[in-house]
Design a protein around this ligand. Structure first.
Ligand code: CP3
Length: 343
């Protein structure tokens, strides 16, 4: 069992820097595309064997130190009464967005065993077959709310932000429902066997510090407090660069995910005595290998060999990425930077 990812989350010494990639399973892999020719994302998530296979594909091909359960952040939403369709080229689309107090009141409590039995079974299968730790995940409440209120991914989340300002009790009630959803969902994933969890707050970068402090931070704290007793590390990934990082770090998480807009060394100073994950710009992988190598070495140098660095990209793998570049990057991270480079 390769446990260097879990050791790094706990800031224990490791034989090599662990590495995995957000969105490592999926469209950049030909073996995934072959499966997608006859199965949708929803089909995959319902079928435990298929879901396990897609989760393992990047471990096999890339040699990463952790697997992340294959699903989408919107996968649990039907369980609270929201229909979601994943549209090619667009992402999740919600035909009837949540905008009013009545819409929020109509949402149901989330029952994981009833709503996502296939996913929980996939976790059990994966624990039998994997020789690296399995990461479970959920969308963070603000990011899920942005899909629910906007109806789809949005650059500025103007409808959700408008609701936060005009009807804070409605937006707040929605965020509270989503905290409860994430807690129930992640607890069920841990009970089924995941060994770490990550919260993706992919859209949080649209907020300024005032709104984050007022509307999001208390809810993220409740979420992380609820996860604390589970005995698995919780990774908190939010985008927003240096501006939001102090608030995101203060809101909780054993490991703080860094996007590429920050210098890893300086960001680690802000995070303090905790592990960090990141933070190579995913677009660098679209360039030639020497550029990938130079920038990856820079990330490793900025980590400086301190215990508690999990190498990752600063956001998800872009679909156009060549998997061979990812494979070389894994090998480079494992080989590490030399002592001279660190001096
Ligand atoms: O990391 C992994 O490999 C596990 C799988 C995973 C998916 N979505 C599968 C997926 C994870 C962790 C996610 C999280 C997710 N989904 C996030 C948070 C991370 C991030 O990138 O910010 C967000 C914002 C979404 C919403 C979403 N789902 C978008 C914007 C899209 C369309 C763009 C895209 O990447 O294709 C999806 C669809 C989706 N989720 C696909 C996959 C493999 C593509 C569906 C397909 O064509 O197969």
């Amino acid at each position: 069992m390769n446990d260097r990812f879990l050791r790094a989350c706990r800031r224990e010494p490791v034989d090599a820097t662990p590495v995995w990639f957000m969105r490592q399973a999926g469209r950049s892999l030909p073996e995934y595309r072959a499966i997608r020719r006859h199965a949708t994302l929803a089909d995959i998530v319902r079928d435990p064997a298929l879901c396990a296979e897609v989760t393992i594909q990047p471990v096999r091909r890339l040699g990463v130190d952790a697997a992340i359960l294959f699903a989408d952040i919107t996968t649990p939403l039907p369980g609270i009464g929201v229909d979601v369709e994943i549209v090619d080229g667009t992402g999740p689309v919600i035909a009837r967005p949540i905008r009013t107090a009545a819409d929020v009141a109509a949402l149901r409590g989330f029952d994981p065993e009833a709503s996502v039995p296939g996913l929980l079974e996939a976790i059990r299968l994966l624990r039998r077959d994997l020789d690296v730790p399995l990461i479970g995940f959920a969308g963070a409440p603000f990011t899920l709310a942005s899909y629910l209120v906007e109806g789809r991914g949005s650059r500025d989340a103007a409808a959700l932000k408008g609701l936060l300002h005009a009807e804070p009790e409605v937006a707040g009630a929605l965020l509270d429902v989503l905290v409860d959803l994430s807690l129930a969902y992640l607890r069920a994933q841990v009970a089924a066997g995941v060994q770490a969890v990550q919260l993706f707050d992919s859209w949080i970068g649209v907020l300024g510090p005032w709104d984050y402090a007022r509307h999001v931070a208390p809810r993220m704290r409740r979420l992380f407090d609820g996860l604390a007793g589970l005995g698995v590390p919780a990774i908190h990934f939010g985008t927003g660069g240096a501006g939001l990082l102090p608030a995101i770090a203060a809101a909780g998480g054993d490991v703080i995910g860094l996007d590429w807009r920050v210098d890893l060394h300086d960001a680690w100073d802000v995070v303090g005595d905790r592990a960090v994950q990141g933070n190579l710009d995913p677009s660098v992988l679209l360039g030639p290998w020497p550029e990938v190598e130079a920038q990856a070495r820079w990330v490793l140098e900025r980590a400086g060999g301190r215990p508690g660095h999990v190498f990752n990209l600063g956001h998800g793998v872009l679909p156009a990425t060549d998997p061979d570049q990812l494979r070389r990057l894994v090998d480079l991270v494992h080989a590490g930077v030399t002592v001279e480079a660190l001096a």
